[in-house]
Unconditional design. Structure first.
Length: 497
RNA sequence: GAGCCGGUAGCUCAGGGGUAGAGCAACGGCCUUUUAAGCCGUGGGUCGUGGGUUCGAUCCCCACCCGGCUCACCA
């Protein structure tokens, strides 16, 4: 018999013993919480001697014959409880003897300090509300140092509940992610943006370069695809007169998995009619500052060990100038494909698979510029070829009024003045469709209805996309996107596991 | 998809051609203010899976599975 199977059968036996004592844990539907552990610690002087009621999980047990200390963890904080046979009486003591680490219990008793000075609850009443059938991977902790815990990353992602119980840092990070999304909403709502929901299941995808997931609707007998962006639906709403809209929604891209990519992730897109690129830049600066202050209580956040002050405006740099500065390739190299490929080879990158100047520019950006952009920076004026939905730059028809924002060398947003010329848009979509036909699975087909919407007339509009997972990674200090996603995509275990 | 690294007790890890160890957790005993509680004792492992080499494999070889990192991919 394995040790773990042993624990489980022992715990189930204890459950039966509890029931035979007339105490059925699963019969409880509630247990009052008068004060949370954090509150008891904070307000000890005022609560000393008063009776509190607290349910929570047992995370440590120190038994000493006819008395015991245990820790109850609740809401991310722990408090010690002291239980003594003479104080609770024999029946309750019998129940307590069947309590294990991991069980959910409820206690009532008065607040006091032990002689070693630890704020505790002197238990007078005890109830078991749920048994834990397994040994929990709880770490031991002293003076902020941890000895053990759940370190296996695979187990942490597959069994997030154990990770949340065992690792306070995981709990804090995932709560921070939730708060970042919440404060993003609050900021946008306060500025008059309307939150909307648009379809996840689409006939054709668009708005980004990515391969979609494909599924099937039985009743309609049609293939449907999971959206890869929110863009084309939201811009239809701008056409319809909803001047400030946003959606925070899940999008799905059928591509590789890495520390920065999960097949499904949360994207914020917003569109503001009668606003231009610079207005959106200002919005990003204010939004990130708002989130930093509200979630982390500070305008300054440490990103990769470096203090970043979000009260200051972000740096602005022209994309081609940035490439000249960091890669040493002058803008004239991008006059035609041949010289662009030659320039790429010159800096030591194969140009074999490159078929557009825009693609080469973005490759150089990624390789040489992005890692340098530690301070919050907007890179401006992206190539038209790789920006099929952005307005053409008035000074250079090969560029667009598009920018991306970087912090700590990582891209966090993509934004532009939206292309609202239906004829130009049709040309660009047709070019995409040709690429799709030629075998580029990340290109999009022509969206006739979207073009019709533009023909109705879309006001000049500024748009923005922020990967919320990436934002949470950067602000929360996570190395992997999986750390800010509750249940990241993993391969399934074999059936017997 | 490629390369590298990893998978040993419930957890965290060590070990290494003669079929395995520690701490925590668990179980039994002692202990009525402990806190990495302590003391005494006990149990627990198809060493990721399947083949191969060998008298003998957890260890060496091959394949596969799962994960991590890097790269590719990701306008």
């Amino acid at each position: 018999m394995s040790a773990e199977g042993d624990v489980r059968s022992i715990r189930i036996r204890e459950l039966e013993q509890l029931r035979s004592l007339g105490h059925d844990p699963y019969a409880f539907e509630e247990y009052p919480t008068s004060h949370l552990p954090a509150e008891i610690h904070e307000r000890f002087s005022e609560l000393e001697g008063t009776v509190v009621s607290l349910p929570g999980r047992i995370t440590s047990l120190r038994e000493m014959g006819k008395a015991s200390f245990a820790d109850i963890t609740r809401d991310g904080a722990r408090i010690q409880v002291y239980i003594k046979k003479d104080d609770v009486g024999d029946p309750a003591w019998e129940i307590f003897k069947l309590v294990d680490i991991g069980d959910i219990v409820g206690v009532k008793g008065e607040v006091f300090k032990t002689r070693t000075g630890e704020t505790s609850i002197h238990v007078r009443e005890l109830a078991v509300l749920a048994k834990c059938f397994h040994a929990l991977p709880l770490g031991k902790e002293k003076e902020g140092q941890r000895w053990y815990g759940l370190a296996d990353v695979e187990e942490r992602y597959r069994r997030r509940y154990l990770d949340l119980i065992a690792n306070p840092t995981s709990r804090k990070l995932l709560i921070a992610r939730s708060r970042i999304v919440q404060e993003t909403r609050r900021y946008l709502d306060a500025r008059g943006f309307l939150e909307v929901e648009t379809p996840v299941l689409e006939h054709e995808v668009g708005g980004a370069a990515a391969r979609p997931f494909i599924t099937f609707h039985n009743a309609l007998e049609i293939e449907l695809k999971l959206r890869i962006s929110l863009e084309l639906h939201l811009k239809r709403l701008i056409v319809g007169g909803l001047d400030k809209v946003y959606e925070i929604g899940r999008v799905f891209r059928n591509e590789g998995i890495s520390t920065r990519h999960n097949p499904e992730f949360t994207l914020l897109e917003l569109y503001q009619a009668y606003a231009k690129m610079e207005d959106i830049q200002q919005l990003v600066e204010e939004l990130v500052r708002h989130v930093a202050v509200e979630v982390f209580d500070s305008e300054t956040i440490t990103v990769d060990g470096r203090a970043v002050d979000f009260s200051k405006p972000w740096h602005r740099i022209d994309l081609l100038e940035a490439i000249e500065r960091y890669a040493g390739v002058s803008p004239s190299a991008f006059d035609d494909l041949e010289s662009a490929k030659a320039a790429l080879e010159r800096v030591g990158i194969s140009s074999e698979d490159e078929d557009s100047v825009g693609g080469i520019i973005e490759k150089l950006l990624e390789r040489f510029v992005e890692p340098e952009l530690l301070e919050p920076t907007f890179v401006e004026n992206y190539p038209l070829e790789t920006s099929p939905l952005a307005k053409t730059h008035p000074a250079n028809p090969r560029l667009t009024r598009r920018f991306e924002g970087y912090i700590g060398g990582r891209e966090i947003c993509n934004a532009f003045s939206e292309l609202n010329d239906p004829i130009d848009q049709r040309t660009r979509m047709e070019r995409q469709a040709e690429m799709l036909a030629a075998g580029n699975e990340e290109a999009n087909p022509v969206d006739e209805d979207f073009l019709y919407a533009l023909e109705i007339g879309m006001p000049p509009t500024g748009g923005l996309g922020i990967g919320m997972d990436r934002l949470a990674m950067i602000l929360g200090g996570a190395d992997s996107i999986r750390d800010v996603i509750l249940f990241p995509t993993l391969r399934p275990l074999s059936p017997e596991e």
